[in-house]
Design a protein around this ligand. Sequence first.
Ligand SMILES: N[C@@H](CCC(=O)N[C@@H](CS)C(=O)NCC(=O)O)C(=O)O
Length: 219
Amino acid sequence: MLKLYGFSVSNYYNMVKLALMEKGLPFEEVLFFPSQTPEALAVSPRGKVPVLGVKQGFINETSVILEYIEQTQEGPALLPGDPFQRAQVLALCREIELYIELPARACFAEAFFGMPVPDAIKEKSKADLLLGIASLGRHGKFAPYVAGESFTIADLYFMYSVNLACAVGERLFGLDFLEGLAQAKALLERLHAMPNAQKVAADREAAMPAFLAMIAAKK
Ligand SMILES: N[C@@H](CCC(=O)N[C@@H](CS)C(=O)NCC(=O)O)C(=O)O
């Protein structure tokens, strides 16, 4: 059986978890936190989460895990078969990760854990995020899903990265990043209302107190 290594508060972990659930695949969750210990690095070369455990070994990096699942497992397709449409979905995922997730992540410490982030980093993130969101607005279809007619892995990136970027926007910059993107905002709500997404969210809520306590202990 597939094993998903990580923890329920991780947004990247939750992208893979929801993909597995939407495909109706059995999997085992293995609690695993990012770490630089030799034991953790034997599972995850950069010590990050998530990792997928398969018969032959471990697969890291969310985008790679999602493509592996798509190529090897049954269930509803989360990537189009047509090469051009597939490229659009993969480009949207990459754009969300590089231009929205990563600049937002540079501000997570302050936005979510009360640990100040230098102003220069916040300013750079804000500028990058505004460009990233504008790019999403140009490339996303939101009709009804991010890449068009069907639910794809671009929706996974969208729902678990853009929501956190929006929280960063509100908390640190007093900005509503999706203000001019009503369809995107509505889609975000619809995606998080999906039954499996609600289960993922419930697990996240349940894991949050212990995670926050762990962060506080490290401060
Ligand atoms: N590029 C990685 C990023 C994964 C990532 O940043 N995961 C976070 C948890 S949400 C993590 O492991 N952070 C610990 C660290 O960066 O050391 C992927 O796509 O899987």
